[in-house]
Design a binder for this molecule. Structure first.
Ligand SMILES: *Cc1c(COP(=O)(O)O)cnc(C)c1O
Length: 359
């Protein structure tokens, strides 16, 4: 059996490990960029009633026309621009690369960044090129432009704000990259953290036919729903449509989203609350002598400490779970990524850190 596995499964898969998610039971969960708030109870009850009438015996309507039209109107997609929906934006990243991957196809992104760009590139037989950020963890624009010139990538992925650093690339820098990529390949701006920043490239879709804007409802407060979306020129969308699994959005996800699009203010208010708590946390974290706090426009904060293993261990002892990103890239040595939680959770975290730094 093992011989068969070795023969059939691609080396890129054999060498990899499955995506790791630590057990968080009983922990204050500040590791996964989830919105800490649930829907108000009255809305939960209305939603349950709405979902109870969904015909589970039927396949979804595979065009998702009504859902897409409503999303397009509510979520600020320029008029005339269609959407491609994915089972989370993770699926969309896979579809984009799948549509292009041939031996020699290059996927390029600044690193450290969201791991799925590299994972999908590797598993679909494309070549991933990572361009290190500058020492201050901002985009190294010169290095990016040189790498684009040299590697002629099919796709440039820009997580904006960037996961796991929280930093933002300005619209004018994105436009510089778009200009450099003209006639070379597509620029995918991954706006997963759009609810927590004022920067978006979405309004520029009509001006750049090689721009793809991707978002998700996960960080907005619906991580469990699994719905990602992207918009781009129709010519690209119709090619992607050919490889999208026809029923990739299940009826419960579609119905949940239809319902919640009528209640976006609830989620937007939660996002505003998270932004206020982000500022509170940044201010407090900056008071610690041996902590470097990086600017964030997302719902998480990257910090650098003196001894990441000790801080992780002591936080765990106090039942607080954050993400250790220290070993993911040399630029992140001794770095932790902290998701902004509720006011109570954030205070617990700060108390714990004060304790730990006094040890
Ligand atoms: C969380 C995250 C995603 C994944 O979103 P899903 O829709 O939950 O699959 C995509 N891109 C970035 C940058 C993220 O941080």
């Amino acid at each position: 059996m093992n011989k068969l596995i070795q023969k059939i499964i691609r080396p890129s898969v054999l060498e990899d490990v499955a995506y790791q998610v630590p057990d968080a039971s009983g922990m204050v969960k500040l590791d996964a960029m989830e919105n800490p708030y649930r829907l108000p109870e009255i809305l939960q009850i209305d939603l349950a009633e709405h979902l109870s009438r969904v015909p589970l015996n039927r396949y979804p309507i595979p065009t998702y026309r009504a859902l897409k039209e409503k999303m397009q109107a509510v979520l600020g997609v320029p008029s005339g621009f269609d959407l491609l929906l994915g089972n989370g934006s993770d699926e969309l990243i896979g579809l984009l690369i799948m549509a292009s991957a041939q031996p020699g196809t290059v996927v390029l992104a600044p690193i450290p960044t969201f791991v799925m760009y590299e994972r999908f590139a590797r598993h679909l037989g494309a070549t991933f090129i990572g361009v290190p950020l500058a020492d201050n963890l901002c985009l190294d624009k010169t290095a990016m432009l040189e790498a684009i010139e040299r590697h002629q990538p099919a796709w440039v992925f820009l997580s904006n704000p960037n996961n796991p650093t929280g930093g933002i690339i300005s619209v004018s820098d994105i436009i510089t990259i778009l200009n450099a990529m003209e006639n070379i390949g597509f620029v995918v701006v991954d706006e997963a953290y759009e609810p927590f920043t004022h920067t978006t490239i979405m309004p520029y879709l009509p001006y750049y036919s090689h721009l793809v804007v991707m978002r998700t409802v996960s960080k907005l407060g619906l991580a469990g729903v699994r719905l990602g979306y992207l918009s781009a020129a129709d010519a690209l969308l119709s090619e992607l449509e050919k490889i999208r699994p026809p029923y990739n959005i299940n009826v419960l996800t579609a119905a949940t989203m239809m319902f919640l699009l009528n209640h976006m203010t609830v989620l937007k208010e939660q996002a505003e609350h998270i932004c206020a708590q982000r500022q509170y946390l940044i201010n407090k974290l900056q008071e610690y002598a041996h902590v470097t706090v990086y600017p964030s426009e997302a719902n998480f904060i990257l910090i650098r400490v003196l001894d990441v293993d000790k801080v992780m261990e002591e936080l765990k002892n106090r039942h607080i779970l954050v993400k250790n990103v220290s070993h993911t890239h040399p630029l992140l040595t001794n770095c932790l990524r902290i998701t902004v939680g509720t006011e109570v959770e954030n205070r617990l975290l700060l108390h714990a850190l004060t304790d730990i730094f006094l040890l």
